[in-house]
Structures are given as C-alpha cells and as structure tokens.
Design a protein around this ligand. Structure first.
Ligand SMILES: *Cc1c(COP(=O)(O)O)cnc(C)c1O
Length: 344
C-alpha cells in the first residue's frame, strides 16, 4: 500500500473500503451560538454551529472533507497531478491546491469567470491570491466555457507528457467526493450521542450539491432520517438543485451499497439565492455582520452568508423549533474578494 494512505479511518459504513487521506483534525467542534440566540430573543430553539471552517490546512473549509477521498483515490491510482474546475473565487480550487501541495501532487485549476464582478479585489484577492501561493497552475477560461471538458483535455495533454492526472469537476462533487460528507454525518451522529441531544434540523449551503448529498447519504446509510438536512441553494434554481442533489445522493448511496432515497428526502430552500451565484444580497450582508459582531466568527459571502441568512429568517419566523445545527463551511478568503460589497 502507498505510504501516503497509511492513516485510513474506520467508520460504521463501509467507508473504510475507499482510499482516504487525513487532511484535518476530526471531529470538528460543535459550539452553541448563545449570543445569536440572545440577539434573536429565541425561546425553545437552540442554535449550534458545526465548525467545518476550523481546519488547519489551506484556510480550511468543507472541500477538505471531499478531498480526503478524492486525493485518496488519486494517490491510489498513482496520479501525480490533480486537475479541477471552479469559479474565479472557488474555495474548492484553493483547497485542492493546498491539499495537493500537502500530498506532493501538482494542482491545475481550470477557472471560469462566472460572476459579473470586475473589481480588483474579486479578480486578484482572496482565493486568487492563495491559489498562486499554493503553487497551483491556474488556467483562466472565458465565461460560458465547458470547464470539465477543458479539464479532461488538459489531463490528456499531461498524459502525452508522461504525467497522470486525476480529474474532478466543480466543488469536488462526485460520488467519491460526497463520501466526505457521508463521513461527516457519522461524525455528527457521534457528537449528538456525546452531547445528549438530537438536532431537528441540520442546515448547510448548497452550491455543487456534494455537501447536502453526502450528509443525506450518510444519514440514510446509518438508518437515520435524511430529512433532518435542509439546504439553501446559492447556485441552481431550487428544482434543479433538488434533482441534482437527489441524483448525487443516490449515486453516493449506490457506492456505499445502500438503498436509494425516497422521493421527498431532499429539502432545499431557494429563498436566499438572490439574483445569482456570487451576487451579494442584503440579507447575506446582514447575516455576515451579525455573526461577526455577536459571535466574533467569520462566514463567507457566497455560501454560508446566504445560508445563515436563511437560518436567521427561519428562526425569527419560528419555523425551527428544536435544536438547529448550522454547518459552517469555511470560505472566509472570499470576504477579501468582496471588500467593495462590505464597504457601503
Ligand atoms: C463549496 C462550498 C459550499 C457548498 O458545498 P457544495 O458541496 O458545493 O454544495 C458551502 N460553503 C462553502 C464555503 C463552499 O466553499
């Protein structure tokens, strides 16, 4: 066996049959957000955060959970290069670059200008600064490009040069990547047992669907209720997001040799998406500011900011009654790319 794979992790699912590397210290903490609770005047509901932003590699964030399995597969297949796609300010691209560096692989990022922001901060700060620091080769594609096709073409070119590339699309949201959040579902269940509680609702942002899909696959595989997960879509329209998330969850369950979901197991809310992916909303700006001022915690403007705006609205309207777990997914380098949006 490859010595890079020696820290295999054992799980209650058959997750241990997949090659995996360790990229962060688990479990990430679950912490109560009492000052937000007080600010909202909550009665009954309690609010907790799963700190998936607290990971020591590359600035941390949810993509590291996927990369544990994606890079595990790449290394098991003898690859020397990791090729992936994303938006210019992609957190997944940045963490792929950091994790590849950590494992001694080259990283090549195929980035597309999908967000209409032309300012200096968006173009060059935040994740863009870090991609270069981590030594990744960055290819900028024109908007409207098929980035995955470009990534596959790049892998072919590398192969002709005697290299071997592992290719995964946006957000690392293949069934292999989604296993990272199936493992996280196990982790949350173990923490619930330890804390002596059960979260009624587990809330997360939904972009490329792998986080939501992995969580529901992990819960379903454990015989737990996948409807505890609620996501706020920040990219696709709600119906498309639901279809893609369900398909990815079922592919992930198939990889785990488990039964598929029933039809209404995927809960997605479209109310916080705003105009489009990466375009700020007033509710996002308010949610990022409240989290910073009440708790001293940072959430990102593209994903968790919008999802947390949904958490705040739901709590204020009394839609969540029991214990709520908000999965903080990282992405805080994005704050620096959105400086003009916060300047007003
Ligand atoms: C990618 C990302 C998400 C969404 O995860 P998906 O698996 O793409 O749905 C949420 N938060 C942050 C900070 C991200 O970078």
């Amino acid at each position: 066996m490859n010595p890079q794979l020696d820290s295999l992790v054992v799980s209650s699912m058959n997750l241990d049959t997949f090659p995996r590397i360790r990229l962060f210290d688990a479990p990430t903490p679950i912490q109560r957000l009492e000052r937000i609770e007080a600010a909202l005047g909550l009665k009954g509901a309690r609010l907790f955060a799963k700190r998936d932003d607290l990971m020591g590699l590359g600035g941390g964030g949810n993509k590291l959970r996927k990369l544990e399995f994606l890079l595990g597969a790449a290394i098991a297949q003898g690859c020397d290069t990791f090729v992936t796609t994303g938006a210019r300010q992609s957190n997944h691209a940045r963490l792929s670059a950091a994790a590849a560096a950590r494992m001694g692989l080259a990283a090549e990022l195929m980035l597309t200008d999908t967000v209409p922001r032309e300012d200096e901060a968006y173009r060059h700060n935040g994740n863009q600064l870090l991609d270069a620091l981590f030594g990744a080769t960055v290819h900028h594609l024109p908007s409207g490009s098929n980035a995955l096709a470009a990534a596959r073409a790049r892998a072919k070119k590398l192969q002709a040069e005697g290299r071997k590339a592992y290719v995964v699309g946006a957000g690392g949201s293949s069934p292999v990547g989604a296993l990272g959040y199936a493992a996280c579902a196990d982790e949350i269940r173990a923490q619930e047992a330890e804390l002596g509680l059960r979260f009624e609702t587990i809330i997360v942002a939904n972009g490329s669907h792998g986080t939501h899909a992995g969580l529901v696959a992990g819960l379903a595989a454990a015989g737990d209720d996948p409807r505890r997960v609620l996501s706020f879509t920040v990219l696709a329209e709600v119906e498309e997001a639901r279809n893609h998330t369900r398909a990815l969850a079922n592919d992930t369950l198939a990889a785990l040799a488990c039964d598929p979901l029933v039809d209404d197991d995927i809960r997605i809310d479209g109310s916080q998406r705003g105009e489009a992916y990466g375009i700020p909303t007033e509710a996002m700006l308010a949610a990022v500011r409240l989290m910073a001022r009440a708790e001293g915690l940072l959430i990102d403007p593209v994903y968790s900011g919008k999802a947390f705006a949904g958490v705040l609205a739901g709590l204020a309207e009394g839609r969540f009654t029991g214990d709520v777990l908000f999965v903080m997914t990282g992405g805080t380098p994005g704050l620096y790319a959105y400086r003009p949006a916060f300047a007003a």
